[in-house]
Design a protein around this ligand. Structure first.
Ligand SMILES: Nc1ncnc2c1ncn2[C@@H]1O[C@H](COP(=O)(O)OP(=O)(O)OP(=O)(O)O)[C@@H](O)[C@H]1O
Length: 252
């Protein structure tokens, strides 16, 4: 449904982060981009959400067309939610207000200056309930733990009512238990709602448990593409090479 067609990324200054790449992401599938630091995972996600334009090639979405067209990009962004490594919550706002921000893209100018509608508030509370945080709706966001704040990030993404979720290292700053909970919630919601998710991760064991499909990225290219069961030690070596960190195999 969403894919790269011979798409590459060369940043100003001349650094090529992604060599011309073809890849399709199937509807309703959870894909993990796995690879060492600097491999090009974030650059793929930035292409997919339009934060960087392809230097060559195209990003194409079924039913919308090439994202080069401004109207296509707008339609794509409205139905694509991002989850970041740092949750980007506004600490002094309530948890509920942060989740309501997920509705912004759907609001008219007038709605942005009026109090949120009852419908949007209910939708946001329902999204919080799905990550077990409805009871914290009126707490200040900065009063929550890091793991809870990341789950508010999932709720905010869900409030957008997306069909695609893009997440860039969403567990990078979490302890193992919080990471497990966060990925568990995300997987359950994606499976229940049939969402397409593309998530970059560093940890091989989390990737194996969380993904339907693993795409290994190294030196700006795809070096592995298959189901978790196919990610054997040889494949991990192909992805990480000598850079494989001591903790890469552990779910940490
Ligand atoms: N804005 C930028 N300007 C110049 N070079 C960049 C920029 N962003 C990334 N790069 C370079 O592009 C390459 C790929 O970076 P990218 O962030 O896509 O990798 P990554 O696999 O996501 O790494 P990490 O896991 O550390 O986030 C790296 O060499 C990086 O230094």
């Amino acid at each position: 449904m969403l894919g790269l067609q011979q798409a590459s990324v060369t940043y100003p200054g001349g650094r090529t982060a992604l060599t011309p790449t073809d890849i399709q992401f199937a509807e309703g599938q959870i894909t993990v981009l796995l690879g060492p630091s600097g491999a090009g995972k974030s650059s793929i996600l930035r292409l997919l959400n339009g934060l960087v334009p392809p230097s060559q090639g195209a990003v194409v979405r079924k039913g919308i067309g090439s994202l080069e067209q401004p109207l296509a990009m707008r339609a794509h962004r409205l139905s694509t939610a991002m989850i970041f490594q740092q949750h980007h919550l506004i600490g002094r706002l309530t948890v509920l207000d942060n989740v309501l921000l997920g509705r912004l893209g759907a609001w008219s100018w007038l709605q942005t200056i009026l109090p949120p509608s009852r419908r949007d508030r209910l939708l946001s509370i329902a999204a919080l309930d799905r990550v077990g945080l409805a009871a914290r709706a009126l707490d200040r966001a900065d009063g929550l733990s890091g793991g809870e704040q990341q789950r508010v990030g999932i709720a905010r993404a869900m409030a957008q009512r997306p069909s695609i979720i893009l997440a860039d290292e969403p567990i990078a700053s979490l302890d193992p238990a919080s990471a497990e909970r966060m990925l568990g919630d995300l997987r359950r919601i994606c499976c229940d709602d049939g969402l397409t998710a593309i998530v970059s991760l560093h940890q091989v064991e989390f990737a194996r448990r969380f993904a339907d499909r693993i795409v290994g990225v190294r030196h700006g290219g795809i070096v592995f593409d298959g189901p978790p069961a196919a990610l054997d030690d040889h494949a991990v070596d192909q992805i990480y090479g000598v850079e494989r960190p001591a903790g890469a195999l552990a779910a940490e």
